[in-house]
Ligand binder design. Structure first.
Ligand SMILES: [Zn+2]
Length: 91
């Protein structure tokens, strides 16, 4: 898959995860999203993604879109990286 398409898919996947409540924006760092660690929200996101593929709302196969969701979730992490950095002090 082309890199541009992959990035576009991940953008859409991110929106799905945010809407489902699987990802939440850091209160301090706008635009930074963290994994809420909520399995139900993740299931909901996958279900929504599945429906979107079926309805042809995304230009991708089911596997491609599921992969994009997984990638975004894995990259998000459970803690905001910017907050973690600030807590770490000046070491
Ligand atoms: Zn933060």
């Amino acid at each position: 898959m082309a890199q541009a398409k992959k990035e576009e898919l991940e953008k859409v996947a991110k929106g799905v995860l945010i809407k489902a409540g699987a990802l939440a924006e850091c209160e301090t760092h706008k635009g930074t999203f963290v994994d809420e660690g909520d399995p139900e929200a993740v299931s909901q996101a996958y279900a929504t993604a599945n429906d979107m593929v079926k309805a042809k709302e995304v230009d991708a196969t089911r596997d491609e879109f599921m992969e994009a969701i997984k990638t975004v979730l894995e990259e998000a992490g459970e803690e905001c990286p910017l907050c973690a950095e600030e807590e770490g002090g000046d070491e």
